[in-house]
Design a protein around this ligand. Structure first.
Ligand code: PHE
Length: 449
């Protein structure tokens, strides 16, 4: 039986505003920004995708971020406990779906996180120093199809994640994000400078930055909306959980603005690294998910000091993935710590182990278990589909409706620290939570089914 929920100082609190912002930005900035965003932009007309994505992030995206933070800080609980405390009834189910999504997404996210470590190691050993796309393709398929190696890296990745979460909110999450995130920004800037100064980068820059409204279609909008939620870590209760460790005096409006802005900036830089480089060397920008792992090593091999840049790039991707993985595990751990009175250590180890095991079939679905399909999808794809196309949108709709209709004025009071901070967009925000957000997300949900 769950004991009385843990509240107050015993749960932990961010030490500084900057610590919180870095941790939340670390959650948002991940594989979604540096791997997923560039290939989606490449497939969806470059600048067309960028335009739609920008519009969505700074309207619906930031509104939902505010909604999660308001719920989290008002309740100071994990996603399930937060809904129970603020309203009860069937609402905790919304939080529960978020916790479930945490289990599912982290299990395969960690598999991809493992690939990035494997690639950083390969790059350091010089194994990627070839310009032959076919050879690089086979390096990738061999790695992911191997029955043992990716599982070992998946284990390493989960062990790192667990190790940091065990340390707790300050000593673990806040401290490590303060080191890892700035490191990531530095590597990112170096790579942007390298990419945009390549001979022939101009066509890629034009593709990415010269406005092209003709290529905006329904598919672009749908992909951009789904990408915005994934990238901002919305729909899993991540921001509810991180918000629950925020002090009353903090300015949530400013925090949400910073986190959204940083996340956007890194995705924008991801595109600025990948697209000019791909064009400079004549690769296909629409190559899809393989773009990072197959095409970029070839790009690096073409560059002076390419090996160094390859190591830097995959290290960066691994760091970004790790700070996101931490936030997913934290959602799950917070639930067991708050509601089941588990110690942080036990919850981290047990949940981490379960997630590792769940990830095994996802990893093997690129090799030994490739033939096992659920509704025509491999297990990896089925898990991604279930979580990203079903659970995340459902939770986001629940969050928006809860804040818009159930919390009402209380949510605005939370965001303005009881009226002491100006919030000129309060009415627009409420409209977004009541109608626009839920309708747009419902549309993505239905069109994805
Ligand atoms: N936002 C992370 C990324 O872009 C992924 C993530 C999703 C993290 C949901 C937490 C919750 O990679």
């Amino acid at each position: 039986m769950p004991g009385a929920p843990l509240t107050g100082a015993g749960r932990g609190e961010w030490r500084t505003s900057a610590g919180f912002i870095l941790a939340a930005a670390g959650s948002a900035i991940g594989l979604g920004n540096i791997w997923r965003f560039p290939f989606l932009a490449g497939q969806n007309g470059g600048s067309a995708f960028l335009i739609v994505y920008t519009a969505i992030v700074f309207t619906i995206g930031i509104s939902l971020m505010l909604a999660e933070l308001a719920i989290g800080r008002a309740a100071a609980r994990n996603p399930v406990g937060a809904f129970a405390k603020l309203k009860g009834g069937a609402w905790p189910v919304v939080g529960f779906l978020g916790v479930l999504a945490g289990f599912v997404i982290l299990s395969y996210y960690s598999v991809v996180g493992g690939w990035t470590i494997a690639y950083a190691v390969r790059a350091a050993g010089g194994a990627l120093a070839t310009t032959d796309p076919a050879a690089l393709g086979s390096i990738f398929t061999h790695l992911i199809g191997d029955p043992v190696e990716p599982l070992a890296w998946h284990l390493v990745f989960m062990a790192l994640t667990i190790g940091i979460v065990v340390g707790g909110v300050n000593a673990g999450i806040e401290r490590w994000n303060r080191i890892l995130l700035p490191a990531l920004f530095v590597i990112l800037i170096v790579l942007v400078v390298r990419a945009v100064t390549l001979d022939g980068a101009g066509r890629g820059l034009a593709f990415y930055l010269k406005p092209d409204f003709d290529r905006i279609g329904i598919g672009t909008i749908r992909d951009a909306l789904a990408q915005a939620f994934f990238s901002l870590s919305l729909g899993m209760g991540t921001m509810i959980t991180y918000g629950s460790y925020l002090a009353r005096r903090e300015n949530l409006l400013r925090a949400a603005g910073s986190v959204t802005g940083l996340d956007f900036l890194v995705a924008f830089c991801g595109g600025l690294i990948v697209l000019p480089a791909v064009f400079a060397f004549g690769y296909d920008p629409g190559a899809g998910p393989g773009l990072t792992f197959i095409t970029l090593p070839a790009v690096f091999a073409h560059m002076p000091a390419g090996e160094l840049f390859a190591v830097l790039f995959f290290a960066l991707l691994g760091i970004a993935a790790l700070t996101s993985a931490i936030s997913m595990l934290e959602v799950v751990v917070a639930y067991f710590v708050d509601e089941w009175r588990m110690t942080r250590r036990t919850a981290s180890l047990v949940c981490g182990a379960v997630i590792f095991v769940l990830g095994i079939p996802a990893s093997l679905s690129f090799g030994a278990l490739a033939g096992v399909t659920i509704g025509g999808k491999t297990m990896f794809d089925a898990m991604d589909y279930l979580a990203s196309n079903l659970l995340l949108p459902l939770v986001s709709i629940g969050v928006a409706l809860f804040v818009g209709w159930v919390m009402g004025d209380r949510a605005v009071e939370e965001l303005t620290n009881r009226g002491t901070i100006g919030f000129p967009a309060a009415r627009a925000w409420r409209l977004a939570c009541r109608f626009v957000g839920p309708a747009a997300i419902a549309w993505v949900l239905l069109s994805g089914l």
